[in-house]
Design a binder for this molecule. Structure first.
Ligand code: SF4
Length: 494
């Protein structure tokens, strides 16, 4: 197999924008004459799900070819030399935002292994909650790990399986792992898509003529002109091979718990998630927020970009005009080179600016999707007041984020989450607003899916709002304040 790698400049790490960070994006295609180019396009459409690194593995009937790099897709898959190396009719790709394992090239996916049955490339979106436990067991029996990624545990479990077919080995391996996973797996004769039994992370199937595609979101189907076929179901394995598509459901059936935060922030607004358009869903959340937390004011102003659909919904429902009172500079943030710690603290001003023509003398309703640490919110509110706002009322299109995520989203530890430490009145005082309100958890369920939350068996994963974790946190047991990256801290990096 050919394997090329490139590195990103150390200074290209993104600013801390005080958001939960998306997990990963996955994309696979079978069969297409220009498979790797399609994957590069798909990963570009999924760039919002991970900006730290990207990789593609292709297969041409003779061998596997891979290129992995730190940085953005467009910066790393833009040269004919690289794309010409990625020959083949099948390919898988991955965008990474690390939730376990550091940002090292050897952690960049797709991970690849040579097995007794041939090569296998694995792209994983999610996080395994017993990966550290399994890793220790596997090391004890002689397995040698090449990365600190939780995904490598799956590779070793597949290698150790006594089953014969690729899918049976995969089922065998997955029967031992816990956590959230949407996988796209490529062998020398098939493409396989898997969603964990709770269906926490998204995975959709699309079609382009006789070509099948698996992707994290439908926006990645649109970019290559493919049509959406369906979502892969929770606990389903789809096998795409020359003879067609097969579906297996080998896992014990359980209540599906799709991540409700995908609708709040992670997914791209033009994607359809579980059949629902994300943009329209965010507008409904904003409308519900307006009904639950009305306030007399002159303008509704979003914190761009993620607060925009919710603010539109709030404005439509309340009848208060929507205005762009904050302008975002799109050329700063993801790859800005930070010359000093001092400039890092200016980050929010580099990224946003108050629009005085809209804000001066106005009572402002500021709509954002979430509050994490509250650091950015405080700076934004100060900026809006400095631009002349008379009053600032903040409305948040999700409930208070009180718990960390262990299912593939990079969240701060609990003690850094503002809502885990303070009640709403105290948060309002700290952020500096005249009033602060969040949509209720039940209100969010109604806005997203038109249902009430079943407290005994919630229909979504909402653990970062409720602390109700659907999948055991085996590695974090007794250390619920850990963030998932810290769980791997005892793995020594070299
Ligand atoms: Fe999504 Fe929150 Fe559940 Fe994580 S804990 S999967 S972010 S709802």
């Amino acid at each position: 197999m050919t394997d090329t790698i490139t590195s990103m400049n150390d200074s290209q790490h993104p600013f801390d924008d005080d958001k939960l960070h998306e997990e990963c994006g996955v994309f696979g295609i079978f069969t297409h004459s220009d498979a790797a180019a399609c994957v590069a396009l798909g990963l570009h459409a999924l760039q919002h799900r991970g900006q730290e690194a990207a990789g593609i593995v292709s297969f041409d009937g003779q061998g596997f070819h891979t290129h992995r790099a730190l940085g953005l897709v467009g910066d790393n898959f833009n040269s004919p030399d690289i794309m010409n190396k990625l020959k083949g009719y099948a390919a898988v790709g991955h965008n990474r935002y690390s939730t376990t394992g550091d940002t090292l090239l050897r952690n960049v996916q797709p991970l690849y292994g040579d097995f007794s049955f041939g090569g296998l490339a694995v792209s994983h979106n999610g996080n395994l909650t017993n990966a550290m436990t399994l890793r220790k067991q596997l090391i004890d029996i002689g397995c040698l790990f090449q990365s600190t990624s939780d995904t490598e545990v799956i590779i070793h479990l597949i290698a150790l399986s006594k089953q014969t077919s690729v899918e049976d080995r995969l089922i065998d391996a997955l029967s031992r792992v816990e956590g959230a996973y949407s996988l796209v797996v490529m062998s020398n004769d098939r493409l396989i898509g898997v969603r964990d039994p709770y269906g926490v992370r998204p995975l959709v199937m699309g079609r382009l003529g006789d070509t099948y595609i698996l992707a994290s979101e439908t926006c990645a189907l649109d970019i290559v002109g493919a049509t959406y076929v369906r979502d892969i179901e929770a606990g389903e394995i789809v096998i795409i091979e020359p003879s067609g598509v097969r579906s297996l459901k080998p896992f014990r059936k359980t209540q599906k718990r799709f991540c409700i935060f995908e609708y709040v922030y992670f997914s791209r607004p033009d994607s359809f998630s579980e059949g629902q358009n994300v943009y329209e869903t965010r507008q409904r959340i904003g409308a519900m927020l307006s009904r639950e937390a009305p306030i007399d004011a002159d303008v509704v102003v979003p914190v761009p970009d993620s607060g925009i659909p919710g603010a539109i919904g709030y404005a439509k429902e309340s009848g208060i005009p929507f205005e762009l009172g904050i302008i975002r500079n799109h050329y700063v943030g993801r790859t800005f080179i930070e010359p000093s710690e001092h400039v890092r603290h200016l980050g929010v001003k580099l990224k946003h600016n108050g629009n005085r023509a809209v804000l001066e003398g106005k009572r402002v309703i500021l709509v954002d999707d979430s509050i994490v640490r509250g650091t950015t919110s405080k700076k934004i509110v100060t900026m809006v007041r400095e631009a002349g706002a008379l009053e600032v009322h903040m409305r948040i299109a999700s409930p208070p984020t009180t718990h960390s995520c262990f299912y593939g989203v990079d969240t701060p530890t609990r003690d850094q989450l503002l809502a885990a430490r303070y009640d709403v009145a105290e948060m309002a005082r700290l952020i500096g607003v005249d009033s602060l309100a969040f949509i209720s958890l039940d209100g969010m369920y109604q806005a997203v899916a038109g249902i009430h939350r079943n407290h005994n068996a919630p229909q979504f994963c909402d653990a970062c709002f409720s602390g109700d974790y659907p999948i055991p946190l085996t590695d974090a047991d007794g250390a619920a304040n850990n963030k998932q990256k810290d769980l791997f801290s005892e793995v020594t990096e070299v």
